[in-house]
Design a protein around this ligand. Structure first.
Ligand SMILES: C[S@@+](CC[C@H](N)C(=O)[O-])C[C@H]1O[C@@H](n2cnc3c(N)ncnc32)[C@H](O)[C@@H]1O
Length: 278
């Protein structure tokens, strides 16, 4: 199995986000679909108020920044950082009041301190999340709040696992060993531990269950391959028609548990953690 190289992983992840950003924004984050109902909850959990200075880490196309900006008023400040230029382009046009900067979250070169730091669906993708959190702690004011949203476990987010599990069974080498997965902090204890390990206090984790209408199985299959699995689609297809069909049939079987009248409605567990500097 190929060894996991964090630098190459970040480059290919950045290329992938550049590619999928428009669809991600229009079909998911910007549209507030399914798990993205968490955006309003995250902003609420962070207790953002008018006039705050707020940092949005892994801001993507600006879903969180947009809701924050609507609360801040003209005296507040919203700064979003992300390493995907394509995502930032969308964020800039979606949130004119925002200040969006192209940066690797593992090397954030910002000075000053923020009242609130928010991070939605990005922490699990950082090769060294503790390094990111440790740095964020130095960027948070003493009475500030950190608020982080992540996806739940493979079982709690069947949208991902219904197709990914049969892919991994047939093509175990498709993901280098040790590479970050979307479920990395899906257990509340693992999310709490990584935040506490970087010196934050008052860490609390709450679980929310949303639902996602994936349409028919054929719609789910093609949407999944063109967005969520865009970076590995060519590798799946290279395995040959027979293997792809086997994966598809296994996924179809699993999706039946969530299908009613031909439409798949997946439950979607989301964890939101909040913490303070001390
Ligand atoms: C699932 S998207 C979430 C975007 C946004 N927070 C939202 O809720 O819509 C993950 C984002 O993390 C960004 N990202 C991943 N690794 C990163 C890194 N090392 N530095 C900066 N951004 C990163 C990606 O470019 C992508 O925009």
């Amino acid at each position: 199995m190929a060894a996991y190289d964090p630098v190459k992983y970040k480059w290919s992840s950045r290329d992938n986000w550049n590619l999928v950003a428009p669809e991600y924004h229009n079909g998911w984050a910007g549209a507030g679909r399914g798990p993205f109902r968490s955006t309003a909850q995250l902003v609420k959990s962070a207790q953002v108020v008018r006039g705050d200075s707020v940092l949005d880490v892994g801001c993507g196309t600006g879903a969180v920044s947009m809701q924050v900006a609507s609360i801040l008023g003209s005296s507040g400040l919203i700064v979003g950082v992300d390493f995907s230029r394509g995502a930032l382009r969308i964020a800039r046009s979606a949130v004119p009041a925002g200040n969006f900067v192209e940066m690797d979250a593992e090397n954030v070169g910002l000075h000053g301190r923020f009242d609130r730091i928010l991070c939605q669906y990005a922490l699990m993708f950082f090769p060294d999340p503790a390094r990111v959190l440790g740095n964020l702690r130095t960027l948070l004011k003493e009475d500030g709040v950190l608020a982080v949203a992540v996806h739940g476990t493979a079982r709690g987010v069947p949208y991902f696992s219904t197709i990914m599990e049969p892919v991994l069974q047939r093509l175990p080498d498709i993901r280098p060993e040790g590479a970050p997965t979307v479920h990395r902090f899906g257990e509340p204890a693992s999310l709490k531990d990584v935040i506490e390990s970087t010196g934050f206090a008052d860490v609390s984790v709450e679980k929310f269950v949303y639902s996602y209408d994936a349409g028919t199985f054929e719609q789910y299959w093609s949407d999944y391959l063109s967005t969520t699995a865009a970076s590995i689609r060519s590798k799946i297809q290279a395995a040959g028609e027979k293997t792809v069909l086997e994966i598809k049939e296994r996924a179809r079987e699993s999706a039946r548990h969530f299908t009613n009248n031909g439409v798949i409605i997946f439950p979607w567990d989301v964890l939101i953690a909040t913490a303070r500097t001390k």
